[in-house]
Design a protein around this ligand. Structure first.
Ligand code: DX5
Ligand code: ZN
Length: 231
């Protein structure tokens, strides 16, 4: 069995924006590996979230890598501006992008890490001809656009397929899951092959502290590793 050293990427979509700096600092202190910033334009997904002012402010309060999950039409128009604001990595969607390779190369030319995200109804096979260029694949485990949704179990099969692709091609590519990740679903995603967990509401909530929530998620991820005997 390979121990994958699962990484946690708190999604600030669920944070209290009036206390964002403090909450990100607490997540950093509790061992977050990166901060996940969900950018939505009200067009690619039916919701609007945040843009460069929040990224610039975050850049001043944390040393963690900032990753932008771009749920926007025409991501190419924004990657330069976001890079300038302090983003270290981009996740761009396969869906609706007529020239994904151009977007991926654009991000790489800026010296930033790049990943491709796929929605629940999109097959892992669309990754085959682009995956060798990627630092990360993101399997959406809910439909994009909102936090606090229920994990879609049917996506686990796709996580396994993406893991097989990465392993069989011997790629240095992370495999992230995003949406509905909590202490119950994290072990399932990790056992299926995920090595990065994006989590919003399971980390930023009123029920427990950010560090307690992250500790719980880490423990759950470890149990997922242990239960996975096929690696
Ligand atoms: C959904 C976003 C997620 C979201 C996850 O479109 O991409 O990153 O913040 O939120 P939870 O963890 O609450 O499902
Ligand atoms: Zn996201």
């Amino acid at each position: 069995m390979t121990i994958r050293n699962v990484k946690l990427a708190p999604s600030i979509l669920a944070a209290d924006f009036a206390r964002l700096g403090d909450q990100v600092a607490e997540a950093e202190h509790a061992g977050a590996n990166r901060i996940h910033v969900d950018v939505m334009d009200g067009h690619f997904v039916p919701n609007i979230s945040m843009g460069t002012p929040i990224i610039s402010s975050l850049r001043m309060v944390t040393r963690l890598p900032l990753e932008a999950h771009l749920m926007i039409s025409n991501p190419d128009f924004f990657v330069d501006e976001f890079t300038h604001a302090g983003i270290d990595a981009f996740l761009v969607h396969w869906e609706g992008n007529n020239d994904l390779s151009r977007t991926v190369r654009h991000v790489k030319a800026l010296g930033k890490r790049v990943g491709v995200a796929i929605n629940p109804a999109t097959s892992a096979t669309v990754l085959e001809d682009i995956i060798e260029e990627l630092d990360q694949v993101l399997v959406m485990t809910v439909n994009p656009g909102f936090g606090h949704q229920h994990f879609l179990h049917a996506t686990l099969k796709k996580v396994r397929r993406a893991r097989d692709m990465i392993d069989s091609m011997k790629l240095n590519c992370a495999l992230a899951v995003d949406g509905g990740i909590d202490a119950t679903t994290a072990p399932l995603a990790v056992a299926a092959g995920a090595d990065v967990l994006v989590a919003g509401s399971a980390i930023f909530n009123d029920g427990e502290s950010i560090s307690a929530a992250m500790q719980g998620l880490r423990a759950a991820a470890t149990s997922g590793e242990m239960s996975c005997s096929w690696r």
